[in-house]
Design a protein around this ligand. Structure first.
Ligand code: FPP
Length: 234
């Protein structure tokens, strides 16, 4: 392996902010949707590689609560890509024992995309390999606000951190060990803001469509080189 990954310390949960599709397309004189299409291809490779190296949870930021501000044709194009992704990849994902989950409020996404999601969830719900979480119409603040309202509705008077964690879309999952952001930006952009309290952040200048399994391994090797203390010290 190129980057000497320590296979005994593969992160359990990797989260990725897949950024730079638009700039990738622009550099090639293509429309933004071409960039998202290339981004979908990159995602397929990273999902496969995550399974291969034994990552347990892979969470990817596909559409944020803020992404509705984009032009309508770009928004509808991204949701169409989701349909294409399911149509083309579901059999292989299922064969590879991948379980698909959605983080976010997908009740308001276009109906044909919601149909694809229902199919993907039902087809893979019994799989116990890689858990692929697709964040769709996801926002960290909206997620925490939803959790607070769930706790108010439950009548709870004394709320613990565990109570809040249990009301997030990620309930029952380990927090991400590492969050990778592509395209040289260094913000969390409302992604997993509760869950990332102790996550390592790894940044790469590579645009998402160019993010190969090899670059993925470089990022994971960088993660493995970090000294995680969780607020304590050695
Ligand atoms: C960020 O790049 C990317 C998105 C908002 C969309 C992510 C979507 C995919 C990777 C493909 C879709 C995959 C599925 C499964 C639906 P950007 O457009 O913000 O890039 P820019 O910052 O260069 O403009």
């Amino acid at each position: 392996m190129e980057y000497n990954l320590d296979m005994t310390r593969i992160p359990r949960h990797v989260a990725i902010i897949m950024d730079g599709n638009g700039r990738w397309a622009k550099e090639r004189g293509q429309i933004r949707l071409q960039g998202h299409l290339a981004g979908m291809e990159a995602l397929c490779g990273i999902v496969r590689h995550s399974s291969d190296i034994g990552v347990e949870y892979l969470t990817v930021y596909a559409f944020s609560t803020e992404n509705w501000k984009r032009p309508a044709d770009e928004v509808s194009g991204i949701f169409k890509l989701l349909i294409k992704f399911v149509k083309r990849e579901l059999d292989e994902l299922n064969r590879n024992n991948v379980r698909i989950d959605i983080l976010g409020d997908w009740s308001i996404i276009p109906e044909d995309s919601a149909d694809s999601i229902r199919l993907a969830l039902a087809t893979t719900e019994k799989n116990d390999g890689l858990k692929l979480n697709i964040a769709l119409n996801y926002g960290g603040r909206a997620e925490i606000t939803r959790a607070v309202n769930m706790l108010i509705d439950s009548g709870k008077k004394n709320v613990t951190e565990e109570d809040i964690s249990a009301c997030l879309y990620t309930a029952g999952m380990p927090d991400p060990d590492v969050i990778i952001r592509t395209s040289g930006e260094s913000r969390l952009s409302n992604f997993l803001i509760w869950q990332s309290a102790y996550s390592e952040i790894v940044l790469t200048p590579v645009y998402w469509p160019d993010f190969t399994p090899s670059e993925y391994e470089r990022c994971l090797a960088e993660y493995q080189s970090r000294d995680r203390r969780f607020g304590g010290h050695k």
